[in-house]
Design a protein around this ligand. Sequence first.
Ligand code: F6R
Length: 612
Amino acid sequence: MCGIVGYVGYRNAQDVLLGGLSRLEYRGYDSAGIAVKARSMGTSSTQITVSKKAGKLAVLAQELENSPLTGCIGIGHTRWATHGLPNDANAHPHATEDGRLVIIHNGIIENYLSLKEGLLARGHVFRSETDSEVLAHLIEETYRGNLELAVREALRQVRGAYGIVVTHADHNQIVAARTVSPLVMGIGEGEMFLGSDVPALLPYTRNMIFLHDGDMAVLSQDGYRITNLEGVEQTREVTLIDWDAEAAEKGGFDTFMLKEIYEQPTALTNTLMGRLHDETGEVVLDIALEPAGFERIHIVACGTAYYAALVGEYLIEQLARVPVEVDVASEYRYREPLVDDKTLVIVVSQSGETIDTLEALREAKKSGAKTLGVINAKGSSMTREVDDVLYIHAGPEIGVASTKAYTAMVSAMLLLALWLGRARGTLNAKMGAELLHGVRELPRLVEESLQPERVAHIKKVAEKYKDSRDYLFLGRGVNAPTALEGALKLKEISYIHAEGYASGEMKHGPIALIDSNLPVVVVATESRLLEKTVSAIQEVKARSGKVIALVTDGDSMASRHADDVISVPRAHEMVSPIVNVVALQLLAYFTATALERDVDKPRNLAKSVTVE
Ligand code: F6R
């Protein structure tokens, strides 16, 4: 939700800011803006110039091509609108009336209305409808020559979530602070960077500091200083990021989403790497969790991560025989779940910053639960608050629609289920060995699913049905969540209404939707319940529905009744959700591109939802 970049150094700040924002646009693309100033000499001050535009970053980039800003200190922002329309005036940065102090903000200032009333009464003039603009005026009021002190004093009056960066005409420094909204600091030589997320800074440095809640940082060309809101100096560890800069670029693909779909074999290899012990056949997880130290598991997540959690529920209950409950985080945190010190609460998140999941985690901790994070982003807020982390190692995911993080999350859940099953003695050696073999095969099977002829066929099917108004997705057992995820992918990037259902549920309601215009995607790969799935296909056909069957290579059961068939490589049933979903990701992708949608930036969405 909103991307932030800050720079102070010797380079052309405009280039650094635009480059950084282009790698953060997944966080919001309602408007973009930058503010740049030259270094001032001695006590003189230099003017700050602001350029901002409604719409995607490309609109601002065009504007800057005609009227570039010069200077080597700057801040930049890409917005996901919360307060006020996505127009030029509401775009960040926001400046004071005299333009000497400029801010960018990610988050929500909850008490902005009362603060704004006070500021208006004291004569401040507002140019936008945003909550963020109050920050500029508040800091202006507290400013008496020291920017750091002014920011600290102003923030004491503020309630809510913020990642904020401030620049001032009289100072060669930028001042940042965060509460809830993430901020990462990049350390260079003779230059310093700030960003909402690691990819923004990767081309310049891999030495990063993840600021903690309540941290303030002052950055200048000579270095940085971190304090808390009371002004007490804080020491923060420098993390060496092992992602390379290319990982955050499109690398020849048309979109990040397509690139990330194709990165899945590598991402899966990284998820599994070092965790499957060849000699003993054991799963080795670098976590300190005591596998027999709890009686129940709650898994909490949002969106795609929630569907990965649903697969996790199935796998853990099957293999480790522990009762598992799964909930969407926004419900979990308010429903007073029954949690105690015998409960393991697992949070699943790509970003590690989703506010609903983070708050659910905090609620669970208050009740004494043990906590584990299944997380992609290193150094993110959740990784610092859980007792243990199982990293999924998917690498940076920039496309707003999650793909490689989903398959990596499901693989991590599979590893966890195997590890728990072994440790708790519920998984027999034969089943364990079979499954381990299935897991080991995963990167190869996903690679095979991406063979050009398979992809070309899915593209044809997508184009055939692209003008449908609705879609239904059905799946069963461990693949019921595959249907939910397939429907989510399609609706979020193509804007076609899609519903996902457990196929046994179809006759309890959704069957009423079926007519000759409704494509029904049925996950009908090999499983012990395949015959029942075939019955569901026949029920759809009996009502003239159009069946797109997702089947295992060589299938002769489900394909017989389908209008269109998508074949996927044969996989062990328990690992099949990972192989199957790849075809559904491609179906959604090619439907969206056939409809000329912007798949990396679907309307109204943003990655990393840090507002409630
Ligand atoms: C959908 C999607 C979202 C996220 C959700 C949780 O494609 O990406 O539904 O899965 O916002 O995000 P994380 O995993 O970062 O907590």
